[in-house]
Design a binder for this molecule. Structure first.
Ligand SMILES: [Zn+2]
Length: 448
C-alpha cells in the first residue's frame, strides 16, 4: 500500500521533482516559494509549512504560527496569526476584532485552500509594502487562518481524512450518522476536534468565520441543517446586498441549505450555532484547473479575495454595537435611548444597576434593538432604588443567535438622569417614596 507521500508523487512528474527536492534538502530551502511557481501550483503540507515558517521568520512583527493539533498522520494543523503584534489593543483601548478562517477540510479542494493562503498573503505582503488597508486591518484586527485543516487528505488528493471521514459532517452540531461518512460520532476525528478547540481557546470572540471549500461557486451562510433562515438573517442579507452592489452581482450569497444542499454537522453551522459567529462557507468554482496553466491563482480568485477583504475590513459591523445616548429614571419607568451602530440585531439587551461594590441591585426586562437603528425602551423600574455610588451598565448579546457572545459595558454617568424619586438616602418609608413618586408623576404629566 502506498504511503500518502508516494501517492502524491504519482500525481505528476513535477510533483516528484518537488518531493525529491524537499526530501533531500536538509534543512529546508530557506527562501519562500517564488511567486511564479506558487501562483500556478497548489500547496501541499510541506510547501505550505515552508511558506508560513518563512512568513514568521521574515515578518515577526505581524506573523505568529501556532499548531492547533495534529492530523491522524501527525501533521501539524498550522494556524497563521496575523496582526500588528506591537499593539495589544486598538488605539481607543478596546480589544482588536477577531477573524477566523480555515481552508482545506476537503483535501482535494485545492482552490479553496489557496484562497485561505492568498488571504493571509494579501495582508502580510500588503503590510510589508506599506499598503494602507493592510496596515489599518492589522492594527485593528487579529486574523487567525488555518490554511490546510486536512493535510493528510490534501496529500492523498482525497476529500476524506485518513479514517475516510468527511470532516465537514463531523462537527457537534446536529450531527447525524445519516450523513455520508460523518464519522463514529461528533468530533470523532482529531482534525475537527482540534479546530473546535482552537476556536474556543483563541477566537471565542470572533465576529467573522469563513470556511473555504471548492464546489459550486457560492458564499453560503447558515443554515445547512434546515431550510429556515438563521436568526441573524438581517445581517446576512445586508452583506449579500453589499457584495452584489459593490463587488460582484453574480456571486450567489444564500443560505447553505438552499444554495448548496442540506447538510448536518458542518463547521459553518457549528461556528454559528455553537460559537455564535457570523459564518460563511466560501465555495470557489469547481473547475480544478491543471497545474502550470497560464492563469495565476490571484487572477483566478480575484473576486473571492475582494469579498474577503470587504468582510474583514468591515468586521466591526458584524455584530450589534449598542450605545446608550440617554437614560432617565422617571417615576416607575427607566427610559433609555439606545443606538445600534452594528449590522446585527440584538434581542436580549438589558440595563443593570449595581452598587459601588458591583453587586447587582436591579435589572430591567430584556428589550431588542434592531440592526443599524435607534430604539427607545421604557422599562419597568418599580423595584428600583437608587443608592449613592450606584452604577449603570448595559448587557446584550452581539447577535440574535442563542450562542452569541454577551457584552457588558458601563453606561457613562454623563448620560444618566435620575429624578428626585427613589433615593435610599432619604430616610423614607415606602409611603413617603410613593408620595414623592406621585408628585413626580404629576409634574411629569404637567410638563408633557
Ligand atoms: Zn468542501
Amino acid at each position: 500500500m502506498q504511503s500518502p507521500q508516494e501517492r502524491r508523487v504519482c500525481r505528476s512528474a513535477a510533483g516528484l521533482l518537488l518531493a525529491v527536492l524537499l526530501a533531500t534538502a536538509a534543512p529546508m530551502v530557506e527562501a519562500q516559494q517564488p511567486d511564479p511557481l506558487q501562483e500556478h501550483w497548489y500547496h501541499n503540507w510541506f510547501t505550505l509549512t515552508e511558506d508560513i515558517m518563512a512568513w514568521e521568520e521574515d515578518f515577526p512583527d505581524i506573523v505568529r504560527v501556532v499548531s492547533a493539533g495534529e492530523t491522524l498522520y501527525g501533521r501539524d494543523q498550522w494556524v497563521v496569526q496575523i496582526s500588528d503584534w506591537s499593539l495589544t489593543n486598538k488605539s481607543d483601548g478596546t480589544p482588536k476584532e477577531q477573524v477566523y478562517i480555515d481552508g482545506g477540510h476537503h483535501g482535494n479542494e485545492h482552490l479553496g485552500t489557496e484562497l485561505a493562503f492568498l488571504t493571509a498573503e494579501f495582508y502580510i505582503e500588503g503590510w510589508a509594502a506599506g499598503d494602507a488597508e493592510a496596515i489599518r486591518v492589522l492594527q485593528n484586527t487579529e486574523l487567525h487562518i488555518m490554511i490546510m485543516l486536512n493535510a493528510d487528505g490534501n496529500d492523498a488528493d482525497t476529500r476524506w481524512n485518513m479514517n475516510q471521514v468527511d470532516l465537514n459532517r463531523n462537527y457537534d452540531h446536529h450531527w447525524t450518522e445519516d450523513e455520508t461518512a460523518s464519522g463514529d460520532g461528533p468530533f470523532s476525528e482529531p482534525e475537527t476536534a482540534n479546530n473546535a478547540a482552537y476556536m474556543s481557546e483563541w477566537v471565542a470572540d470572533a465576529d467573522l468565520y469563513v470556511t473555504m471549500h471548492t464546489g459550486t461557486w457560492i458564499l453560503a451562510y447558515p443554515w445547512g441543517f434546515t431550510p429556515q433562515m438563521p436568526p441573524d438573517h438581517e445581517l446576512f442579507t445586508h452583506i449579500a446586498d453589499e457584495v452584489h452592489a459593490n463587488i460582484s452581482a453574480d456571486l450567489p450569497v444564500r443560505n447553505a441549505n438552499a444554495g448548496i444542499y442540506p447538510t448536518h454537522g458542518t463547521s459553518r453551522d457549528y461556528g454559528y450555532g455553537v460559537m455564535g459567529y457570523p459564518c460563511f462557507t466560501f465555495e470557489t468554482d469547481d473547475e480544478q484547473f491543471l497545474l502550470w496553466t497560464v492563469q495565476s491563482l490571484s487572477d483566478r480568485l480575484a473576486v473571492e479575495l475582494e469579498v474577503m477583504r470587504y468582510l474583514i475590513d468591515n468586521v466591526w459591523y458584524w455584530r450589534a454595537r449598542l450605545d446608550v445616548r440617554s437614560l432617565e429614571v422617571r417615576g416607575e419607568v427607566v427610559e433609555v435611548d439606545v443606538v445600534n451602530y452594528g449590522w446585527a440585531s440584538t434581542a436580549n439587551a438589558s440595563i443593570h444597576y449595581s452598587d459601588s461594590d458591583g453587586e447587582l441591585l436591579w435589572h430591567s426586562a430584556p428589550f431588542g434593538v434592531n440592526a443599524s437603528n435607534d430604539s427607545q425602551a421604557f422599562l419597568d423600574a418599580s423595584n428600583l432604588t437608587s443608592v449613592e455610588g450606584g452604577t449603570w451598565s448595559l448587557h446584550y448579546q452581539k447577535r440574535v443567535i442563542d450562542a452569541a457572545v454577551w457584552v457588558g459595558e458601563p453606561i457613562d454617568g454623563g448620560v444618566v438622569d435620575i429624578g428626585a424619586k427613589k433615593s435610599a438616602l432619604l430616610p423614607a418609608p415606602s409611603l413617603l417614596l410613593s408620595l414623592i413618586a406621585l408628585i413626580g408623576a404629576a409634574l411629569t404629566r404637567r410638563e408633557n
